[in-house]
Write a protein of this length. Structure first.
Length: 209
């Protein structure tokens, strides 16, 4: 879950329930500082998320979310505690979201570009981990190149296979949940079909109508 989730009522109900029932549950919160465009400073005044777990009587751990080894060790220890002590635990991983929240989001509208670039270049967890394994002689630029080349080849093959797979009919977007299509879903299906017909060049010709 993200930091924004901790502002929802379900989060608090889940933590309280898990604590009272001694449920062996591991809650992991990725606190990246932003709930879409809302910064954590406008979400809560507490010291992050870790104190929320403690408030419900749940053992809670805060870890550097940009440190792969620290995250691994924290989760490993928390898992062992949960199994052997039969109790709930919460891990708050402090990190930063360098990308946009979604394809419809432009995060440069609410935070400076140089801030994003700083975290992406100076604090990037992938770069930190790669530097560490290279320093230990376990990785090299040759390994990196071979891995990227192999991964790219596998990805292209998977995409080509998916493109050759027969596509399900458009109606299955709306008929896979309810036995009888509800009026609002029927209206959505009708509007979608009209949109596809009106803008046929923007949709693949092999789309089963």
């Amino acid at each position: 879950m993200g930091d924004g989730t901790t502002s929802e009522g379900d989060f608090h109900a889940a933590l309280n329930f898990a604590a009272v029932m001694d449920a062996p549950v591991l809650f992991i919160c990725r606190n990246n500082g932003w709930a879409i465009s809302t910064p954590t400073a406008e979400q809560f005044r507490s010291d992050g998320v870790v104190v929320k777990g403690r408030a419900y009587g749940i053992r809670s751990i805060r870890v550097d979310g940009n440190d792969a080894l620290a995250v691994y060790n924290a989760i490993r220890v928390a898992r062992e505690m949960g199994i052997h002590e039969q109790r709930a635990l919460l891990i708050e991983a402090l990190t930063y979201r360098v990308g946009h929240h979604s394809t419809s989001d432009d995060s440069t509208k609410y935070r400076p570009v140089d801030e994003i670039e700083h975290w992406n270049k100076k604090r990037n967890p992938m770069t930190r981990f790669r530097n560490w394994i290279q320093k230990n002689g376990w990785w090299s630029e040759i390994h990196e190149s071979e891995l990227r080349s192999g991964a790219r080849k596998e990805m292209i093959e998977a995409i080509q296979m998916a493109e050759r797979t027969e596509k399900p009919p458009l109606s299955e977007l709306f008929s896979d949940v309810y036995d009888v299509l509800s009026p609002n879903l029927g209206e959505q299906e009708s509007l979608l079909r009209q949109t596809i017909q009106r803008h046929s060049r923007d949709y693949p010709p092999y789309l089963p109508m």
